[in-house]
Design a protein around this ligand. Structure first.
Ligand SMILES: Cc1cc2nc3c(=O)[nH]c(=O)nc-3n(C[C@H](O)[C@H](O)[C@H](O)COP(=O)(O)OP(=O)(O)OC[C@H]3O[C@@H](n4cnc5c(N)ncnc54)[C@H](O)[C@@H]3O)c2cc1C
Length: 447
């Protein structure tokens, strides 16, 4: 996979430029410090916002309302996030890691037998609120056959299809689909990764939980740790382009980043990048272009969602114009109706709703996006694009074979891949879990 990046970098003399301050960049910074021994002062995190967190920020107050982007999904962590959290000291000042603190909280929250929360989906059936039950996921013989077809199909072929090409209308009304709803390729990857857990997928007791929001429990302690290590944060700094040398021996293919074009506090400046320095770039953001509504006004429609300078897309577009190995951002930012996700938060001034919810689900409430749009092979670039020497691409829009997007694990896995490859470390993230039998079927399907 790493065609050109092969040399081991000297941590003392390497400067690392990380574009974005979401979990992908924060994870990259932690692994640069802890695994590659890069001094914190050599790490520079650039974000166009005024604070860290990207899509995992939360803000607001009881008067004007709260903004909570994440928190809707299970599996915010798996092996890669666990590894990251084990390297960050706990905010409590003890010897414990952030992972220990989260585990301690999860253990202390384990519900007594018989009171296990059994659902995270409620659906409106004829005006009546019903729980979606993981024990009753019948989809009928035809859909079972179609499901096998999706599971066993080669991924390159699947990319051309929509999920509607495999299933009829009644399938999309089943509880089974409510648990998985996504696109054809992503559906297959989710099935392959999570099907063995089907009976517990809907079970709140198995969801990963943190004491506070993901922002407060994960992003803030990591940011605090990085600051204590001397990492440089540059906010209100948008990277608009990265200039690269073109290799004549490779028909003018861009290989090495030499300059970062930065708009910082509305002023443009150039950062020189030495060939020995490294850059790790979060391309795009699932929350890019979000619009906020109020209690009286709906969110306005984005003024020009197809404008590629809009939101977080412009850098990826500039990279993609240099070479096809940087992927196809147009596939992900130009389908606004299909990728729009509407969420809302409710500010409650008494406990009546919470009590009714608890009776229905045995739980307290916790809280389709562009990353899940249909795609074909090479729409998403590899973490280390071929024939490059000092750039890695991370986030929800890069291609990580076998893994499923729309969660922190994906961005952290990308960050670990990037750091290990660019620093020449002899390690790689753990393999994404999957059945051996499916590997064999893949071999047969791809021929
Ligand atoms: C509605 C919703 C709910 C979600 N719920 C969950 C959940 O419950 N659990 C979960 O694990 N995941 C959830 N996700 C996925 C979540 O978005 C990702 O896990 C996480 O945000 C990915 O982090 P990231 O660092 O890759 O990207 P982001 O969080 O998007 O951060 C990227 C940052 O880089 C900045 N940036 C991008 N380009 C540039 C540039 N050129 N110059 C400067 N700055 C730039 C962006 O502005 C942003 O601040 C959810 C996503 C959505 C949309």
């Amino acid at each position: 996979m790493h065609d050109t990046v092969s040399s081991v970098r000297d941590p003392e003399s390497t400067q690392a430029w990380l574009v974005g301050s979401g979990i992908a960049s924060l994870a990259a910074a932690v692994h640069l410090i802890r695994d590659a021994r890069l001094p914190g002062r050599n790490i520079h995190i650039l974000d166009r916002h005024a604070e860290t967190g990207g899509g995992i920020t939360s803000a607001g107050n009881a008067e004007n309302g709260y903004i909570l982007y994440p928190g809707s999904l299970p599996y915010f962590h798996d092996e890669c996030v666990d590894n990251l959290l084990s390297l960050v000291p706990s905010a409590s000042g003890s010897d414990k890691s952030l992972l220990d603190t989260i585990r301690d909280f999860q253990l202390s929250e384990t519900p007594p037998p018989g009171s296990i929360a059994k659902t995270r989906f409620l659906r409106n059936k004829g005006g009546k609120c019903e729980r979606s039950e993981a024990n009753h996921l019948s989809i009928g013989p035809y859909n079972r056959l179609q499901l096998m077809k999706v599971l066993l199909e080669g991924e390159s072929l699947l990319g051309r299809y929509r999920i509607q090409d495999f299933f009829g209308d009644e399938f999309f009304g089943t509880d089974f689909w409510a648990l998985w709803s996504t696109t054809a390729i992503e559906f297959q990857r989710c099935l392959r990764k999570h099907l063995p857990d089907i009976h517990s997928l809907n079970n709140v007791s198995t969801l990963d939980r943190t004491r506070y929001s993901l922002y407060e429990s994960i992003i803030l302690p990591i940011s605090t740790y990085l600051r204590s290590e001397g990492v440089n944060f540059h906010f209100n700094a948008k990277v608009v382009d990265m200039r690269m040398t073109l290799d004549d021996n490779l028909k003018g293919d861009p290989t090495t980043v030499t300059e970062i074009v930065l708009r910082e506090h509305e002023e443009e400046r150039i950062v020189n990048v030495d060939p020995n320095d490294l850059t790790i770039v979060t391309i795009g953001s699932p929350n890019s272009g979000y619009q906020l509504g109020t209690n009286s006004d709906p969110p306005p429609y984005p003024s020009d969602p197809d404008d590629f300078t809009y939101g977080d897309w412009s850098l990826w577009f500039h990279l993609a114009q240099k070479a096809t190995k940087f992927g196809v951002p147009l596939n992900f930012n130009s389908h606004t109706p299909e990728s729009t996700l509407v969420t809302f938060t409710v500010t409650l001034h008494d406990s009546e709703f919470m009590l009714l919810y608890q009776v229905l689900t045995n739980d307290m409430p916790g809280s389709t996006t562009s990353a899940l749009l249909p795609r074909v092979h090479k729409n998403r670039p590899e973490v280390i694009p071929p024939n490059t020497t000092n750039i890695a691409l991370v986030g929800q829009f890069t291609e990580i074979p076998r893994d499923t997007t729309y969660n922190m694990e994906y961005s952290v896995r990308g960050a670990q891949t990037a750091v290990y490859a660019l620093m020449g470390l002899p390690k790689s993230p753990p393999r994404t879990k999957r059945s051996l039998l499916l590997d064999v079927f893949d071999l047969l399907a791809e021929g």
